[in-house]
Design a protein around this ligand. Structure first.
Ligand SMILES: [Zn+2]
Length: 320
């Protein structure tokens, strides 16, 4: 602990000196640098990752101050824009794709567009909640807590709609399974929403239960794959869901979560003379955000593949 404390104080000195040097060499930076602070200056409830030592936005106490932080560089900038830009573009892109580029087969049912748009809205909700949280977390403790809950709620919406969207394509000719899985996912999403938003689950003693519920919810996506293999056989099941894209999606979510939990690579930077190397660019939460965006793209490809497979191989004999 002494060694770590010594490292932290060294890191603090280094970062303070760097900021002072920047301010002295560039007077125009004074305004923005004054809005930033070090890890040790944060309120206890703000202190989350001690490997990131500088670049924190000081408590603003106002929405205007938080929104203004979009205009200068700090250690949440990449976290914000990595989800703000996809949040702003996903709905537009999917709507544009569905309206102009989506192949409409003679066997087109009508609900497929709605299914693709539901996924786009869920992804947009998830990205928007995340970008809002990272923008508003410097407002105050209450706003931090509320936005953090909404960030988790966005994840619940994303998981739930993603799972249902693929089941609708894969089991389109077995509506019983569609109902079973949809009911299961909605029930799990409801439990996760309650443990996220209900204040009585806020205490640390419920944290393991909350983590477990989110893990169970995410991993429940394996069941449709297993059931589809039993019902349709391995080859058919893989083709119906375009499972390789789903596998890549799952790997990205799990890999991103692991990097986030392990605090890599900033953990390595802290033990060398390069303290603070990843404060602004390249730290674990940013990597996690980017992997989530790529995972969402993988899901989109899986949905497109499942849609095409449905009409090119399964319902080709049906006339419109
Ligand atoms: Zn985040």
């Amino acid at each position: 602990m002494n060694h770590r404390a010594k490292n932290n104080s060294l890191a603090t000195v280094t970062a303070t000196e760097l900021i002072e040097q920047d301010v002295q060499s560039s007077p125009e930076l004074v305004g923005h640098a004054a809005k930033l602070c070090l890890f040790d200056e944060l309120e206890p409830w703000q202190q989350d990752n001690h490997y990131l030592i500088s670049g924190y936005v000081r408590l603003t106490g106002s929405v205007r101050g938080c929104v203004a932080s979009l205009a200068y560089l700090h250690n949440e900038s990449v976290n914000i824009y990595s989800h703000l830009l996809p949040g702003l573009s996903t709905l537009w892109y999917v709507h544009h794709y569905v309206a102009t580029k989506l192949e409409i087969y003679p066997t087109y049912f009508g609900w497929e567009r709605f299914n693709l748009m539901m996924f786009a809205m869920a992804a947009t909700t998830c990205f928007a909640m995340s970008a809002s949280f990272h923008t508003m977390k410097s407002h105050s403790h209450d706003v931090y807590r509320s936005c953090n809950q909404l960030d988790y709620f966005g994840i619940v919406v994303m998981i739930c709609v993603s799972l249902i969207s693929i089941v609708l394509f894969a089991f389109h000719d077995h509506q019983g399974w569609v109902l079973v899985f949809t009911a299961t996912f909605v029930a799990l999403a409801s439990v996760c929403t309650v443990v996220t938003l209900d204040p009585q689950f806020r205490s640390p003693k419920y944290r393991p239960f909350r983590s477990m519920m989110f893990s169970v919810f995410g991993l429940s996506g394996i069941f449709p794959i297993v059931v589809s293999i039993q019902v349709y056989g391995y080859t058919e099941a893989i083709a119906r869901t375009h499972a390789w894209w789903l596998l890549a999606e799952g790997g990205l979510y799990l890999g991103g979560a692991a990097i986030y939990a392990l605090r890599l690579p900033e953990r390595w930077g802290c033990h060398s003379h390069r303290q603070g190397t990843f404060d602004y660019f390249g730290h674990s939460h940013q990597i996690f955000h980017v992997m989530v965006v790529i995972a969402a793209y993988c899901h989109w490809r899986s949905l497109l593949g499942a849609y095409s497979y449905l009409h090119e191989n399964l319902v080709t004999g049906v006339t419109a």
